[in-house]
Design a protein around this ligand. Sequence first.
Ligand code: SF4
Length: 302
Amino acid sequence: MNDISLRISDLKHQRDAVILAHYYVDGAVQDIADYVGDSYYLSRVAKESPHPVIVYAGVRFMAESAKIMSPEKTILMPDPSASCPMAHMVNEKDILAVRARHEDLTVVCYINSTTLVKAYSDVCVTSSNAVKVVSKLSSRHILFIPDRNLGSYIAGFFPDKSFLFLDGFCPIHNIISANAVRNLLSSYPEAKVLAHPECRREVLELADYVGSTSGIIYEAARSDVSTFIVCTEEGVRHQLMKDNPSKTFHFPVSAPICPDMKKITLDNLAASMEHMSHPIEIDENIRQKALGSLIKMHELAG
Ligand code: SF4
């Protein structure tokens, strides 16, 4: 172990802390974490963890979701400026405006959203459970926020429902172009295309498999194919290579890298535990309302 790894390990014991890392953070941070996963998996780990301190190597909405579910725990953000731009593309006023126009409406918000947006929504979803959750909703109109790409992918499963979208998208996945995927396919025609549903429709139409980050990792390991074109954030390559050292993974040229996820480093992780810095705080009234959307998701997703 090098110096910084030893320091992090000591601090973890001193603080009785656990480190959670998203697949999109830097590989060195993933390697030092106690748990690595997508946002849904990590939110469950955070809830069930017996440790009083959770250091969240990810972006703000993830750390806030953990705090909403576990207010008694201290949730630390190594870099408080790490935030998902998509989460800020929709606000509570947008939701109220749509609610005023439609009576038979359920507001479904992707977990990649602010705490306030969760508080004004009826139910949360993740990319892994969105189809299951929406299948249990009785209303005809669904306002799906903030991601219009994920929303229109989910809408394809429910032709009897009327979906409404606002103008939110993940800048990282949205930039992946169908042409970039076609170019890779012309070089590797045997490759299987794996895509995250935050990508645009024309990219998803080229995919052999569409699913969450965890789903993509599982599919790559399960498949007999040895060459893949992966349409999601490039940090996932670290886990893919660990699980499948003999397989090859290509990412589109417009290499999708989330700069906010890359703000988490070993240094700021250690500093956060040393100074107990950047704990998440949420107004209790808002937290209670946002909790309702997350609890509803867990009830409906089973
Ligand atoms: S990859 Fe996209 S959705 Fe994920 S945190 Fe970055 S901007 Fe947000």
